[in-house]
Write a protein that binds this ligand. Structure first.
Ligand SMILES: Cc1cc2nc3c(=O)[nH]c(=O)nc-3n(C[C@H](O)[C@H](O)[C@H](O)COP(=O)(O)OP(=O)(O)OC[C@H]3O[C@@H](n4cnc5c(N)ncnc54)[C@H](O)[C@@H]3O)c2cc1C
Length: 411
């Protein structure tokens, strides 16, 4: 049997590895348009590659996928985060689970993850066809013909589409798969960037660029449906970012917002403290240093740079003494930091981590990843209408679906 796997990213590599290890008689062609494998894997997690999650309970893991969680159930049980962890360690890459339950190679080097596959493909004679850009796929009575840019056609019995989404296009995933898959009879759901930072209308976040918070709660204000997200957060030169922002961006991936119709958000930088308690603390601080300026005592509660912004945004003169601060003004400060009002006018251009949307899941068998429309055609990874939050969940979905497709093809 001859199998073509299109796309040498996380999903394609895991699919090829699974077939090679489980079914040595299958001829595997892994077609990658780049001159190397796993470009996105290597840069993932800031180059450290957050391979999977340390969360062991599958139900909890599945909650981390705003799209595709039900579909993933079977594949995730068969190749769970624990099994992925064990798989990489068994293939010579020691992993570690950090306090926030993100799993990385001990070396903190994503290249080690890709090297596992390169070594395995050499050992198992997987034919890795670099610089092979698949342009079109034709279904025949038996099998498929792959048309390639500047190369001869390739005939195979089965095809796995693992071309990724269309985020970080310079890594090779440029959304090529969508048209080809539609031509084979499948539906592609609407696509949108996900796991992105927010650009804000206000320019004051820029002055705080780099200032980060361990925990903040962000909520979309004034929406009928309430979206919230809690986690680490930071100001950037264009707006706001960090895991809490990414998770929120994922939940609202299909909401439209721009300069004309901005999205109102509020950020609570004291999510674990009630507003009354915060006000109490502000009053106590005020009373202990009446002759100091308010701006200089506020850093008891917030960063110094932020204290100045708070005063400016609330029109509190920077030289105003605590003694002159009224209770009403302190209440305004407490309300402000419990709900920093910002208007989101866009997504950080091209900086999203994943694409939400993809191959319509009802058209794919969740156990085998095989098309219900075009037998012999399989899917794996981000090309499917599956995406997760940050924390190793997107790679985990790619490993799990790649493994499921590989096991099914060999059978
Ligand atoms: C900056 C960044 C950091 C990330 N960090 C993490 C992280 O730490 N943890 C995590 O879980 N997720 C992370 N993600 C998301 C994760 O990397 C992806 O979801 C995952 O790599 C998707 O795997 P894939 O195999 O489906 O697609 P990809 O990894 O995108 O692979 C698709 C491959 O197909 C090839 N291809 C495309 N078109 C063709 C064609 N026509 N012919 C031949 N080949 C083709 C591409 O060149 C590419 O190599 C990150 C994403 C980004 C952008």
């Amino acid at each position: 049997m001859r199998v073509a796997i299109v796309g040498g990213g996380a999903a394609g590599m895991m699919c090829a590895a699974t077939i090679a290890e489980e079914y040595p008689d299958v001829d595997i062609f892994l077609l990658e348009k780049n001159a190397s494998l796993g470009k996105k894997v290597i840069i993932s997690g800031g180059g450290r590659c957050n391979v999977t999650t340390g969360i062991e309970d599958i139900a909890q893991v599945l909650e981390k996928y705003p799209r595709g969680n039900k579909f993933l159930q079977s594949a995730m049980h068969r190749f769970s985060p624990i099994m992925v962890y064990a798989w990489f360690e068994a293939h010579g890459v020691p992993l570690k689970c950090e306090d926030d339950l993100r799993v990385f190679p001990v070396s903190n080097n994503g290249k080690d993850i890709v090297a596992v596959f390169e070594d395995l493909f050499e050992e198992k004679n997987v034919q890795v066809l670099y610089k092979h850009n698949v342009q079109h796929i034709t279904k025949q009575d038996t099998g498929f013909v792959l048309s390639l840019k500047d190369q001869e056609d390739l005939e195979v019995d089965n095809v796995v589409m693992a071309l990724g989404g269309q985020a970080y296009r310079h890594t090779g995933s440029t959304g090529d798969g969508y048209d080809m898959i539609e031509q084979l009879g499948h539906t592609i759901t609407p696509l949108a960037p996900s796991l992105n930072s927010f650009l804000t209308k206000e320019s004051w976040p820029k002055t705080l660029s780099g200032l980060s918070f361990q925990k903040a709660t962000i909520f979309v204000y004034g929406q009928k449906k309430k979206y919230t997200s809690t986690g680490p957060f930071l100001f950037t030169h264009m707006g706001v970012s960090g895991p809490a922002v990414f998770a929120l961006s994922s939940r609202i991936a299909f909401l439209e917002y721009d300069k004309e119709t901005p999205l109102d958000i509020r950020i609570d930088i004291f999510p674990d403290m009630a507003e009354e308690k915060l006000l109490e603390q502000l009053q106590q601080t005020r009373e202990t240093s009446m002759q100091k300026t308010f701006k200089n005592t506020l850093p008891h509660l917030v960063a110094k740079s932020f204290a100045e912004t708070v005063c400016q945004e609330l029109n509190i003169p920077l030289d105003k003494k605590n003694a002159d601060m009224s209770k009403k003004e302190l209440s305004r400060v407490a309300a402000f930091v419990k709900g920093l009002p910002l208007q989101v006018i866009g997504r950080g251009a091209g900086d999203e981590f994943v694409t939400a949307g993809g191959v319509e899941l009802s058209e794919v068998d969740p156990k085998t990843m095989e098309s219900k429309i075009c037998p012999g055609l399989f899917f794996a990874g981000e090309i499917l209408d599956i995406d997760g939050y940050t924390g190793g969940f997107n790679l985990q979905a790619s490993w799990a679906t790649g493994n499921a497709a590989g096991l099914a093809i060999g059978k």
